[in-house]
Write a protein that binds this ligand. Sequence first.
Ligand SMILES: [Zn+2]
Ligand SMILES: [Zn+2]
Length: 393
Amino acid sequence: MSSKDWIEKDYYAALGVEKSASSDEIKKSYRKLARESHPDHNPDDPKAEERFKTVSEAYAVLGDEKKRREYDEMRSLFGSGAFRRNARGGGQPGGAPFDVSDLFGGAAGGDARFGGGGLGDLFSSIFTGGGTGGATRPRGPARGRDVEAEVALDFSDAVRGVTLPLTLRAPGVCDTCHGSGAKPGTQPVACSVCHGAGVTTRNQGSFSFSEPCRNCQGVGTVVEEKCPECHGSGGVTKTRTLNVRFPAGVADGQRIRLAGRGEPGERGGPAGDLFVHVKVRPDELFGRTGDDLTLTVPITFAEAVLGTDLRVPTLDGTVTLRVPPGTPSGRVLRARGKGVVRKDGRVGDLLVTLDVVVPAKLSDEARVALEAFAEQTPPAAREHLDARVRRFS
Ligand SMILES: [Zn+2]
Ligand SMILES: [Zn+2]
């Protein structure tokens, strides 16, 4: 069942009831019409069969509270029949030529005019919930499955961006039949069970139930002479190599979606997507926080106290940083623009954390000098702690 059907078809008219009809009235009218048009009562009458189908289709929606609500909602959104193709041409509100298929055709890729995933998403969320139990149209070949892959990138490749060949062993479209599943030179033919409808209708008393045709799995066509390569499935297991572009700044744990690069659809259906999970190998020097790179640089106590100029590595070169006199341990210096440079113009920084290192051993000369230093230095500011300590002594 396509959403287009819902906009174009007036199921209330098909059942001969008012839009305000109660569910009992709908049921009653459906039973009467279904009995009258039932193929058993009208052998070899294609018109009756068509009417029976229309009535069943209408009841599959209106007879289901939830679907009926969705149907009403959709028709009120678009104005019932407002977009119905007019035999006289034109006639659309506002006069603009407008085809409903524009709205739904590009749903998978997201229609640019609706900001990607606008209306298409809205309706697919409505319709995936509704099920296709009452559908009397072929649902078409199934979409291929999404494929997941994992790639480990070097730290610097992730920062700068890289294109890597990615080899996947996954189902692909059969080259021999191009996915149709039919032997070259032959075509899939309409299913003899459902006559191409993709669904079969089973009758039980005065009710009829629609279900996907088992003979053709709901596709509406069957392959009579199977492709020797793929045995009729349209797909074969293939090793394929894709060049995947990882943008500058791609992060560990990120997922990159390559639309249409997943499993091909069955017998020519749309392909699924490929999702590449990115792992970034740690670097021995640099870390990363978002677009900023991080680096820890050890300095001596004297450097921290007296100040110094530090030359430190960046990912591509070096940068000199001023350590001002009296810099405490743990202070972070920022080298602007030395982080991740993204294509969209965002630039991160290099954050350098200074780590004042305490020597474990001292030469005699250094010890003498340090003791002299200690004598000249006021004690550390910890009077606030000493007061507390005295309470316990
Ligand atoms: Zn094939
Ligand atoms: Zn069938």
